[in-house]
Structures are given as structure tokens and as C-alpha cells.
Design a protein around this ligand. Structure first.
Ligand code: SF4
Length: 450
């Protein structure tokens, strides 16, 4: 729970020496409670008070890093229940599970997971890691599988899935420096697991059974008391309804009650049912409220859809992904090439430019500043009107470069063509297709320079 100004005041020296820049300790405490100053500005605060205040100012959900090096990812440190209240900050890591018993499959999976990448709206989307599951073949076999994965995909973050401390110990001797997430400490093994996580400075998942959050909180507190700070919670749910209930309660307890024993990111396992159930559970986990999602296999069709959803959910709702408003050359356009205009919403730009590229017709694509909105939204908001379009064309200087003076409007704003023609003297305004998918046909069969 965040401390009030009076609670902070009680922890201060109360000498009113003014060195912090405030006239009294009480004034400093009040400002600190509002997060308007820093504790470090008081040189006389005791270590004990510092520890209490640091604990009180810690984020309600701890930020936990999994992996080491370039591909490490961070989860947690979220501050809202609903994306539209502010934004979600740390997208969940998507990891693919593989059993340790077949080194060839481990190697192949590690390679595929590591190299899989797709481009969407100008960003490269990737998987985050591989979860190696102990098959019960003993510590040496588990460590060997981990070694195979590390050599096939160096730097790819790992989740080590075993409840056998001997197997986890052997795997950590192999991969401890990579800071894998260890899954899991249970009521039966938590002391040994906590020792291993502490020894190798690794994050540790704690697992309760069947959504028992009281047992989960107890376990997390025990592990933390044993010296492990980077904890991930597994409430042990395996069905969509149970997972939704448990994850929502965990998020609410952390954010609304500031309940420290459960103030950690959550891991979700979504592979218990059919492919459709796996897809539905993974989508649910992305939106509410997983930090790590373990998929049952490498299935690109599912992965691409999940990465797209994740990207959409984990962008700031107040800042649409935008393109720089300017003139883009798609292909190698000449003075006779068509001129199309659109808005600077990334998804719009990449959809339109993708279709133009597919057509094979070089095009001048003029992107107007519409605060990152799509064509229809921008038009409705008054950000993509005749005046804006005319100004954008004039500012581009294309009038002096093109042999023709023809501008193709998006079909959705066909109603603006008359007004644009009035604003842009000497230009002929054409109406292009409403949907981007119709652009290739338009460019090849309809558009003519003469
Ligand atoms: S520096 Fe510390 S002791 Fe001095 S007035 Fe400020 S809060 Fe009080």
C-alpha cells in the first residue's frame, strides 16, 4: 500500500533542517507522498526508513527480466486493469514448449523459434523463447537437452520446466548465466528451487494447484523470504474460465489492493485442449493478463495471429502507430507514374503500399499527416479534408515534377473530389478504390496518365 504523507513523516528525522529544500520534514513528506520529490533529497533518512519507503514505492507488479543479452524480455510492471485507462507496457513473452526427450526435436524447435520473424506495420515480430520440459529421463538428460537448445539458438531465452531440483540444478549449471525462468517451485520443492534460483540469480515461477490463490500467495512469500525477488506466478489453472478468473483476481489484487505477495507477472499454459482451444486461451492470456505464455508447439498460423493480437493490445491507445507524413516512392516512379494519397496510420500505409508493390506499378504515394488515423476516421475527425489534401499536394512540390496533374483519392473519401479540385487549381482528381486489395487492378486497368 502506498504510504500517506503522515506515515512518511513518521519515518523522517523530524529536525526541520531544510536541507531537502522544504521548510519542514512534514512538507517534504507530503510532497514525497505525491511523488513530487525523491527520498534521496533528504541526507539524514535512516537505512531502516529507506527500506520501508523503498518497499512502499515499489511497483505493484514487479518487473521481471527473463533471459540475458539482446533477446532477453521483461514482463510485469503494469499499472492498469484495462488498456484504455492508460496503456499496457510489457507485452507477454510467447514461448514454445518442447519435451527434453528427443534432442533432434529440441534442436529443430529451438532453431525455428529463434529464426521465426514477420514484419507487420513496419515492426519485426518475433517469438521470445523456448520452454524445455523435463521428460523424467534424469538430470543429465535434461541438462543435455538444454545444451542442445542453447547451441542451436544462442541467446534465445529459456524456460526450464521441471519440479525435480536435481534436474533443474544440472540444467542451471549448463545455462544459469542465461537467466532462464525456472518452472516451478511447488509446496513440495520450494526450498531447493529457491536455493537454485538464488545461486544462479534466475527468475523462479511458483505454482499452486487448481487456482488456489491463497496457496500461491503463501508460496510466493516463502520463496521471497528465502531470498528470491524475481518471481512469476502460476496459479495452476488449465481451462479458459478458470484461467480468466484466476488471472483477473491476481491483477486486481496486485493493482487495486497493492497485495505484495501476488504482485508479480503471471505465466499461462494454453496447450491442454484442441488447437482451437489453445488459440482461444492464448488470445485470452494476451488480453488478460499473462506475462509469459507457453504454447504447445511451433504452429506459424497460430503464432502469427497471436503476435498480431499482442502487437495491437500492447500499443498505446492514445498514440496510434504512425508513419512520417511525406512522399514515398513505391518502386521507382517516374514523371508519368500515378500519384496516390492516403493518411499516416501505419496499418493503412503498409496495406496500401503492400498492394501497390504487389501490382508491380511504380507509384508516388503521398502520406498526409492525419494524427495517425485511418482514412475514414481521419475524414470523420476533420483531419483529412479537401484543404489538408490540397496543402499536402502543394507542399510536396510534385506539381513541378509530374507530367500529368492527376491525384488519386482513396475511394472512401470520393465525396471530397469536387472540393479538392476547387482547392487544387489545374489538377484532375480521380477516385481510387475503397479497399486496398483493389488497388492493383485499378493501377493496371483503370489509371491512365493521358
Ligand atoms: S532534509 Fe530531511 S531532516 Fe531535513 S528538513 Fe528535509 S526531510 Fe527533514
Amino acid at each position: 500500500m502506498a504510504l500517506t504523507g503522515l506515515q512518511i513523516y513518521k519515518l523522517l528525522p523530524q529536525t526541520n533542517c531544510k536541507e531537502c529544500g522544504f521548510p519542514t520534514c512534514l512538507a517534504f513528506a507530503m510532497k514525497l507522498a505525491q511523488k513530487g520529490t525523491e527520498l534521496a533529497n533528504c541526507p539524514y533518512v535512516s537505512d531502516e526508513a529507506k527500506a520501508s519507503l523503498d518497499a512502499a514505492s515499489a511497483p505493484p507488479i514487479r518487473l521481471v527480466a527473463i533471459g540475458a543479452g539482446e533477446r532477453a524480455f521483461e514482463v510485469g510492471n503494469e499499472v492498469v486493469l484495462f488498456r484504455h485507462e492508460k496503456t499496457f507496457y510489457h507485452q507477454p513473452g510467447l514461448v514454445v514448449r518442447v519435451k527434453a526427450d528427443d534432442p533432434k526435436i529440441v534442436e529443430l524447435t529451438a532453431r525455428m523459434v529463434s529464426s521465426y520473424a514477420v514484419e507487420r506495420v513496419g515492426m519485426s515480430l518475433r517469438l521470445d523463447g523456448i520452454a524445455i520440459e523435463d521428460s523424467g529421463g534424469g538430470a543429465a538428460a535434461f541438462a543435455a537437452a538444454v545444451a542442445v537448445a542453447r547451441s542451436a539458438a544462442p541467446g534465445l531465452p529459456l524456460v526450464l520446466m521441471s519440479t525435480d531440483p536435481a534436474a533443474v540444478g544440472a540444467a542451471l549449471d549448463e545455462a544459469g548465466a542465461d537467466r532462464p525462468l525456472v518452472h516451478a517451485a511447488t509446496a513440495a520443492n520450494w526450498q531447493a528451487m529457491a536455493e537454485l534460483a538464488k545461486k544462479h540469480s534466475c527468475p523462479l515461477a511458483v505454482r499452486a494447484e487448481s487456482g488456489d490463490l491463497t496457496a500461491l500467495a503463501d508460496l510466493a512469500a516463502q520463496v521471497q523470504d528465502a531470498g528470491v525477488d524475481d518471481i512469476v506466478l502460476d496459479p495452476g489453472t488449465s481451462d479458459p474460465a478458470g484461467m480468466l478468473a484466476a488471472f483477473t483476481q491476481l491483477r486486481r489484487l496486485a493493482l487495486k489492493k497493492n497485495y505484495r505477495p501476488l504482485g508479480f507477472p503471471i505465466i499461462a499454459f494454453v496447450g491442454a485442449g484442441s488447437a482451437e482451444e489453445q488459440a482461444a486461451m492464448a488470445a485470452e492470456a494476451i488480453t488478460k493478463y499473462a506475462g509469459v505464455i507457453v504454447l504447445d508447439g511451433f504452429e506459424p498460423a497460430l503464432i502469427y495471429a497471436l503476435m498480431t493480437l499482442r502487437q495491437n493490445v500492447y500499443t498505446d491507445p492514445q498514440k496510434p502507430i504512425q508513419m512520417e507524413p511525406k512522399l514515398y516512392e513505391v518502386g521507382a516512379p517516374t514523371a508519368s507514374s500515378p500519384l496516390l494519397i492516403t493518411t499516416n496510420f501505419s496499418l493503412t500505409y503498409f496495406t496500401v503500399s503492400g498492394e501497390i508493390e504487389a501490382s508491380g506499378v511504380p507509384v508516388w504515394l503521398l502520406v498526409a499527416d492525419a494524427d495517425g488515423m485511418s482514412v475514414l476516421t481521419a475524414w470523420a475527425a476533420g483531419k483529412f479534408d479537401a484543404e489538408k489534401i490540397a496543402k499536402t499536394v502543394t507542399a510536396s512540390g510534385l506539381g513541378g515534377k509530374l507530367k500529368h496533374h492527376k491525384l488519386v483519392l482513396p475511394g472512401y473519401v470520393a465525396g471530397l473530389s469536387g472540393e479538392v479540385e476547387e482547392e487544387l487549381a489545374g489538377w484532375e482528381i480521380l477516385v481510387g478504390p475503397r479497399e486496398a486489395v483493389e488497388i492493383p487492378n485499378y493501377l493496371k486497368s483503370v489509371w491512365k496518365a493521358d
